[in-house]
Design a protein around this ligand. Structure first.
Ligand SMILES: Cc1ncc(COP(=O)(O)O)c(C=O)c1O
Length: 391
């Protein structure tokens, strides 16, 4: 048995991936399981991405890319950000491209926080946040948000957990797992609070374009807030809105010195994100089809969101809220229900894989995705209603 270092003393394997693997194993045994656990859009990669990658590879562009990203891609991200947020002109030098938002978050957290620092994480949260903060040897401090309040992110919820050691805050809007979206005023309030207390804000905006409000298109970004403090970094990527999770491209937009240090760290770990994936992403972001690609995904997801919500409302004892963003419903179970045991029973007896709230720091809930294809989603939510009817 190998002995492992202290670096990974708090490392826990992803609960989401574990359930997904279990669902796949049951399917391989011939069991009928509808997998609503993984947060992965069901759409194929846009054709323009494959073309961009292939053209570059065929032209022999397969050398090491520059660590912070290909100039073509950083330029395309700068224009995309300027066109879809209130950032104004964006300096490509303020952008670091990495292997997904996850790598960007890791790089920044590792560079900015360490031993003795506290990093606030509003709950429910994406499980990688606590894991990444632990890897940087800082302490994740959970700031609970309230179901009754629609999991609204407010400066008051953060202030309640602030101590003299608070150095950072991870914001996620639209949020995984709740689908909640911070409005502009709440975001401005959070940034003002962060400015007052010298707290670094890492804003994970991977679901920014998956926003289904009437005036949809883009959920509010920290980059929309004109008088935001300097210590704010926005992260976004190709995985969700462009349905390209396997290409592993994400980026961070932030102050030059921080982006420079994060790039230095990346230069000693992965060197750079994969070149063909960068060419593919540049092709999509620079394409005249870009907005119609996002709009088509958004329309389909919204249709799935509404129809699954409608069906889930019939599940006895389960509460579900109409939230305007991301790709998830977060179901509240009846008072006192054990969400771990419920997820297990739903998988084995109900034939649906869902993630228990424990994974997101909030027992008593189940997360399902509505990004599964139409048929699987309809069958999955039908089974969920039937399961709760029976139990
Ligand atoms: C909140 C959140 N951030 C980041 C990611 C991962 O993004 P990427 O694929 O760009 O690493 C996910 C994926 O599920 C997510 O839910």
């Amino acid at each position: 048995m190998a002995e492992f270092s202290n670096n990974i003393a708090r490392l826990e394997p992803s609960a989401t991936l574990a359930i997904t693997a279990r669902a796949k194993a049951l399917q391989a045994e011939g069991r009928s399981v509808v997998n609503l656990s993984a947060g992965e859009p069901s759409f194929p990669t846009p054709g323009v991405a494959a073309e961009g990658a292939w053209t570059a590879v065929a032209a022999g562009k397969t050398g090491y890319p520059p660590t912070p990203g290909l100039p073509e891609l950083r330029g395309a991200i700068a224009r995309y950000t300027a066109e879809t947020t209130g950032a104004g002109e964006v300096d490509p030098g303020s952008i670091l491209v990495g292997a997904g938002v996850k790598q960007g978050l890791f790089n920044l957290t590792y560079c900015l926080f360490g031993e003795g620092d506290e990093v606030l994480i509003p709950a429910p949260y994406w499980p990688s946040y606590t894991a990444i903060v632990h890897l940087s040897r800082a302490r994740p401090v959970v700031a609970p948000l309230a179901w009754e309040d629609g999991f609204r992110l407010t400066a008051a919820a953060l202030e309640a957990e602030r101590t003299p050691r608070t150095r950072g805050l991870l914001v996620n809007s639209p949020a995984n797992p709740t689908g909640a979206v911070a409005d502009r005023d709440d975001l401005a309030g959070v940034l003002e609070w962060a400015g007052e207390h010298g707290v670094w804000v890492l804003s994970d905006e991977i679901y920014r374009r998956l926003y289904y409000a009437e005036d949809g298109g883009s959920a509010p970004s920290v980059l929309d807030i004109p008088d935001r403090p300097d210590h704010v970094v926005a992260l976004d990527g190709m995985s969700k809105a462009f349905s390209m999770p396997g290409w592993r491209i994400g980026w961070a937009v932030g102050p030059l010195d921080v982006i420079g240090q994060a790039a230095a760290l990346q230069s000693q770990t992965t060197s750079a994100a994969a070149g063909p994936s960068q060419y593919a992403s540049a092709a999509v972001l620079g394409s005249s089809e870009r907005e119609s690609i996002v709009a088509a995904f958004r329309e389909t997801l919204d249709r799935r969101r509404r129809s699954s919500l409608e069906t889930l409302r019939d599940a006895p004892g389960v509460e579900v809220v109409n939230q305007p963003g991301a790709i998830y419903h977060y179901l509240r179970l009846p008072e006192g229900a054990d969400s771990m045991a419920t997820a297990e029973a739903l998988l084995l007896d109900g034939g649906v894989a869902a993630i228990p709230g424990e994974a997101f720091g909030t027992p008593g809930y189940l997360r399902i995705t509505y990004a599964a294809d139409d048929e699987a989603l309809a069958e999955g939510v039908r089974r969920i209603v039937e399961f709760f009817d029976r139990t």
